[in-house]
Design a protein around this ligand. Structure first.
Ligand code: ATP
Length: 408
């Protein structure tokens, strides 16, 4: 088991592409850290430098106190699991799993013991005799994991290992990989572009953008206190609603005004965000998570200073909740790359389409997750109340989160 430390890790490809810039990160012994970010943000390059498959332009990879920059991959005692887990078609599962040990010249008895144990951990004991073509996608993925596990490596590096599986299997394997990693306690770095995968699997999640680490935190922290607009929009599905607002003070109260709407900020919120005082009379970016908006009619008791009146455009019944979308006559605040990345990556995906639409359209489309008892109807007026205690505030120029007091 090992601790992996990255110190100012940097990669500039020969064509001048800055793939990874000054990446600093400590991954503790037994920890599961996920690198997440849109396509091209440098996740794979970072992982390949740790594995030794890519030369390092500058900085260091330190494994248990030893700089391993120049150590060949085979001497690193790190096992990598790829997206394309090429199994040998003519070998059964057991032979596929034992292959790396055979290459190292381990005695057959030792190989058998390790394969049997790995198969037990992976739930593959009954499928060891099967050839890859007769295995399900999930079983094949597990065999690929088995090949890494039998080596008893000091660390696992996984590059989008679930991306070839269908959605349902992906969800199952997520939980499975997390369980196996916990059982084995092997330090793991996992790369994905899927923020849900990152949040559900990682002990900590490192969000990257254009080769630069944006924030590394436990999932809850990342969700509750995104450090900047990019993280705010990338983490969470449906994404955080972001809108440019004017911060106004009048009659002793502070309000955030956007379009024809005004939200009064309560004293507790202002107290928790001392940084906001410097923004009075200026523009800020307001962030509202979809679950922090509720149908006023459902709430019964409402506070008119926190209610905004809109027209419901789309209503989707999800069973456990109702997702509604409505237009707000104000300026959208979004990091262009998020929108572009989303639009390119998976265009048939609903969220993506909406994100792209939001970027193009007039005003801002807000998404709210309402209680399932809501009677909101499409093309009808709707009054929604915003939980102002949960608002997020960002600087419109830098995109940085506006200062909070400790313990907020
Ligand atoms: P994806 O999720 O699409 O795999 P990623 O976040 O893993 O993306 P990388 O594959 O690390 O990103 O690529 C980071 C950047 O480096 C991209 O701009 C990419 O085009 C560039 N890049 C990757 N490999 C090379 C290479 N061999 N030569 C030049 N540029 C490269």
């Amino acid at each position: 088991m090992a601790e992996i430390t990255l110190e100012s890790l940097t990669k500039v490809y020969p064509d001048g592409t800055h793939a990874v810039t000054d990446l600093d990160l400590e991954v503790g012994t037994g920890e599961f850290v996920v690198f997440v970010g849109p396509s091209g943000c440098g996740k794979t390059t970072a992982l390949r430098m740790i594995a030794g498959l890519e030369t390092i332009t500058s900085g260091q990879v330190v494994l248990d106190g030893q700089v391993i920059n120049d150590l060949p991959p085979k001497d690193r005692d790190i096992a990598m699991v790829f997206q394309n887990y090429a199994l040998y078609p003519h070998m059964n599962a057991a032979k596929n799993m034992g292959f790396p040990l055979k290459m190292r010249g381990l005695p057959q008895r030792e190989i058998d013991t390790r394969v049997t144990e790995a198969a037990r951990v992976l739930g593959l004991s009954d499928t060891l005799h099967k050839k890859p073509r007769t295995l399900s996608g999930g079983q094949r993925q597990r065999v690929a994991m088995g090949r890494a596990i039998v080596r008893n490596p000091q660390a696992f590096l996984m590059d989008e290992p679930l991306s070839n599986l269908d959605a349902k299997l992906r969800v199952e394997m997520r939980a499975e990989i997390s369980r196996i990693q916990r059982d084995l306690g092997v330090t793991t770095i996992y790369v994905t572009h899927d923020q849900t995968e990152a949040l559900t699997m990682g002990d900590r999640v490192a969000v990257m953008r254009n080769g630069v680490l944006q924030q590394v935190a436990v999932p809850k922290e990342l969700y509750a206190r995104p450090r900047n607009l990019f993280v705010a929009e990338f983490i969470g599905s449906p994404a955080m609603n972001l809108v440019t607002a004017d911060l106004e003070r009048s009659d002793g109260d502070v309000r955030a005004a956007f379009g024809s709407h005004r939200l009064r900020l309560d004293p507790a919120t202002l107290e928790r965000h001392p940084g906001l005082s410097g923004y009075e009379g200026r523009k800020i970016v307001l962030g509202i998570r979809p679950e922090d908006i509720e149908d006023a009619a459902v709430l019964g008791e409402t506070d008119s200073e926190r209610v905004i009146s809109v027209v419901c455009d789309i209503r989707e019944d999800m069973g456990s909740e109702v997702v509604v979308r409505f237009n707000v006559d104000a300026d959208r605040a979004a990091t262009r790359e998020v929108v572009e990345a989303l639009a390119v990556e998976d265009a048939e995906d609903e969220e993506t389409r909406l994100a792209a639409e939001r970027a193009r359209g007039e005003g801002v489309v807000f998404v709210a997750r309402l209680d399932r008892t809501t009677e909101a109807r499409e093309r009808q007026p709707l009054a929604v109340q915003v939980d102002v205690a949960q608002l997020h505030f960002f600087d419109p120029e830098t995109g940085a989160r506006i200062g909070e007091s400790d313990g907020a």
